[in-house]
Design a protein around this ligand. Structure first.
Ligand SMILES: Cc1cc2nc3c(=O)[nH]c(=O)nc-3n(C[C@H](O)[C@H](O)[C@H](O)COP(=O)(O)OP(=O)(O)OC[C@H]3O[C@@H](n4cnc5c(N)ncnc54)[C@H](O)[C@@H]3O)c2cc1C
Length: 514
């Protein structure tokens, strides 16, 4: 059995950035279930937030993040995020990430719910791709071992201590075990739960499921962010139309061509994502249409093609010239705020097991993520994992307590009714219809019953798709059961039967296996 100081599962920004830092402290193996660049990171458009502008400060960034998080951010984690951001950005620049510049300085743009322009971008709207390409080049140059087509399927743990990972070779079907001192999950999100989503195929909640099964605490799962504006063209997979498009002056119009966001909120087109997403859903219902539109025809074609070359090109390739025509959009599942509970050092409650990136929940996003804070969270907290592991000693019982928590065990449900057959398509439809941006007790109970029945009846997994289906069902159960418990609306979680937030619910829901 091979042994490494660090095994890192995942090769998005979290996996690659952490691997580059870990290389300075020991031997490293990165495993990833597809090719190195299969990840959500490469789709990130808008950019990465940091208070580096003249009119900005960590304090302002702190306030915007806390406001978006709707009462559930961990303030200590947010302080760390905003204070350590400038140093981490400098490190990314040193790694060679080519952030766009204006008059010799890093260019900054505005996104929804940020009070000043603070979003760094690269290649206009291709920030994630530039980060992914830059980091993978560095990984190759540093000769870090990367096992592609290798899917982590089980965490090896004894007496509450992680000691390695079992992985499936997706090409041959063989299974191998690897041992390590520190296991770092950087497995990304779970957007594939939903029929309409902006995520890569890899986003199937694997890390959540693996960690949960060895006793890790999973927190805040009811908070799933729906991006308000994914391109909605027949036969085209939803493609993100970045918030920065509205930041630069794009206007939302309904199917009748009328501007509608000011009817819902004084923040208008730049309101937080959950408000814009719900307003769009209401407007779609009112007008009987399955879409609304973003209008950028009043902006200069030069601005559109230079600030959003990727979006402009993608739409043009699908027959839409956005400098002249309205862009049809609808909400789509986008980002998982909840995840494996970690403290501000990336530790989970299992000794030797760390989590970083979208699979982790550090507490910085609370009930709703501020746009462009996620890649920042990755670099800030991955660096802290390195600080924690520098001495090579495993913490025996990591303390991951966070504010007021409601602890729950994921129990079985007695289901007597017939449920539809489980498949990837039925699972995605179930989540979209019953656990989407607007939920209620009835829809959530139907979903919870169906998922519990599916979990019992699924045959043991043998290959990548069947492992993914198992992981999605378990992750879906954690989201649905948390959403059922939270009888209020807050941040990205909206219950039409409890439309207000309640002070009693200013606490976190934590699920464990027992
Ligand atoms: C369209 C889009 C636009 C976005 N725009 C922005 C933005 O502008 N700014 C911002 O801050 N954030 C943005 N986000 C969110 C951000 O991109 C992600 O949260 C972030 O990139 C996640 O990085 P990660 O490394 O945690 O996960 P990912 O980049 O998704 O990487 C996960 C990795 O884990 C691997 N993996 C998963 N399961 C297993 C397994 N069982 N075994 C082995 N490997 C596994 C995957 O193959 C992949 O390599 C956007 C997201 C999307 C989808």
């Amino acid at each position: 059995m091979s042994y490494y100081d660090y095994i890192i599962v995942g090769s998005g920004i979290a996996g690659l950035y952490t691997a580059l830092l870990a290389k300075e402290q020991g031997s490293v193996l990165v495993m990833t279930k597809g090719s190195i660049d299969d990840c959500n990171t490469k789709y990130a458009q808008g950019g990465i937030a940091a208070a580096i502008g003249r009119d900005d400060s960590p304090e302002l960034h702190f306030r915007d993040t806390i406001a978006a998080g709707d009462g559930l951010c961990d303030e200590e984690a947010v302080r760390i995020l905003v204070n350590e951001a400038p140093a981490r950005i400098a490190e990314l620049v040193n790694f060679g990430v080519p952030f766009d510049t204006l008059d010799g300085e890093i260019a900054l743009t505005l996104e929804a719910a940020h009070s000043v322009p603070r979003i760094l971008h690269a290649g206009g709207d291709a920030t994630g791709e530039h980060i992914e390409v830059t980091l993978s080049k560095r990984i190759r140059a540093a000769k870090i071992k990367v096992l592609e087509d290798s899917q982590a399927t089980e965490i090896l743990a004894e007496k509450g201590v992680a000691r390695g990972i079992k992985a499936l070779d997706c090409r041959t079907g063989s299974v191998e075990e690897f041992e390590c001192r520190y296991l770092i999950l950087a497995t990304g999100g779970a957007g594939q739960l939903f029929k309409f989503n902006t995520n890569s195929d890899i986003a199937t909640g694997d890390g959540i499921a693996l960690a949960f099964k060895v006793g890790a605490e999973i927190i805040d799962m009811e908070f799933f962010q729906f991006h308000p504006t994914a391109l909605h063209l027949p036969g085209v997979t939803p493609f993100l139309i970045s918030e920065a498009v509205r930041g630069e002056g794009g206007i939302l119009r309904n199917a009748d061509g009328r501007r509608f966001m000011p009817d819902y909120t004084p923040q208008g087109d730049l309101a937080p994502r959950d408000i814009v997403a719900r307003s769009i859903l209401y407007e779609m219902k009112k007008t009987g249409s399955d879409r609304v539109f973003i209008d950028v025809t009043h902006l200069s074609p030069y601005i559109i093609t230079t600030r959003f070359p990727h979006i402009y090109r993608f739409c043009l390739d699908h027959g839409l010239n956005i400098t002249k025509e309205l862009v049809p959009v609808a909400p789509a599942a986008h980002y998982m705020m909840g995840g494996i509970k970690t403290n501000s050092w990336g530790e989970t409650n299992i000794a030797g097991l760390f989590a970083t990136g979208e699979t982790a929940c550090t507490g910085v996003h609370g009930a709703n993520r501020l746009a462009s804070n996620s890649m920042l969270e990755v670099v800030v907290f991955s660096k802290r994992i390195m600080g924690k592991t520098a001495k090579g000693v495993k913490q025996e019982v990591p303390n991951v307590t966070r504010g007021t928590e409601v602890h729950q065990v994921l129990s079985q449900r007695q289901v007597s009714k017939a449920v539809p057959a489980s498949s990837f398509a039925t699972l995605q439809k179930l989540h979209w219809d019953k656990v989407g941006a607007i939920r209620d007790q009835e829809s959530l109970t139907q979903a919870a019953d169906t998922l519990a029945a599916w979990q019992k009846s699924l045959p043991p997994p043998t290959d990548r798709p069947s492992h993914e289906l198992h992981n999605l069902v378990l992750t879906g159960r954690l989201i649905t059961e948390s959403a059922l418990l939270r009888e209020e609306s807050r941040g990205a979680h909206f219950r039409s039967d409890f439309p207000q937030s309640s002070p009693q619910w200013q606490r976190h829901i934590v699920f464990t296996a027992k």
